[in-house]
Design a protein around this ligand. Sequence first.
Ligand SMILES: [Zn+2]
Length: 303
Amino acid sequence: MRTRPTLHWTPPPDLPPGTTDLRPVVDALSAGGVLVLTGAGISTESGIPAYRGEGGSLTRHTPMTYQDFTAGPQARRRYWARSHLGWRTFGRARPNAGHRAVATFARHGLLSGVITQNVDGLHQAGGAEGVVELHGSLARVRCLACGALTSRRDLAVRLEEANAAFAPVAAGINPDGDADLSDEQVADFRVLPCVDCGGVLKPDVVFFGETVPAARIEHCRQLVRTARSVLVLGSSLTVMSGLRFVRQAAQADKQVLIVNRDPTRGDQLAHTRVSLPLGPALSAVADALNLPADGQMTPWPGT
Ligand SMILES: [Zn+2]
């Protein structure tokens, strides 16, 4: 169950401090079998803000919950208007050095898997394959009535046509693709139904308050079981959704390493937490491993 986010998690005073020493990360990757778990922090350098930490969107924005979304047409209009505007920012976002480094590690056989909590598709755009999208992807849309899975890009075109005059200025953009707009700004937005059955469309992402599909969680648990170590990149691990895999790894005496600027809920389970920006840090790790940071660029499905 992905519960409502803890908006104001305060690190306890006995957390071990972060370091700037990347050697444990280099050593773990050298040994291979690393399961990478990433969060919003890896995409901030692509212009997508994080939920938490300095400037984090949760200080001014509560993500849409499944309960809100399914409660009625008004909430859905608000969601789709804001999301449609946010899509323009997501469509422009490009993978950064961090995403490319992860793809490079994978291509050289150092990783046993990649799990991301992000819905932005930037790992795949950076060249990574077989990425498990724990919370789904903004690139797809699901019909809640008939289950049809369609492209968000196609829906964006339809929404653009149906809302030609819609051009508000957003106060900000959030990591779930939701732009900050007032109720007045979204009042005239036209929401579109499923082209097949007329049903309600929902982005194929796991909202807060919604359950991650059991098969997906079990797949991730299996990835933890077969991994030698777990490397967390850019996640505060505030929500159980990601933290549970770190706990599973620690319980199995697997090494847990974290690269995240701020303290995380997993720090006490970790061998080390490196407090550095991810792009430069992972590029340095790739250098130390004598790997070219040449993650192959592919167009993001949203563009
Ligand atoms: Zn349908």
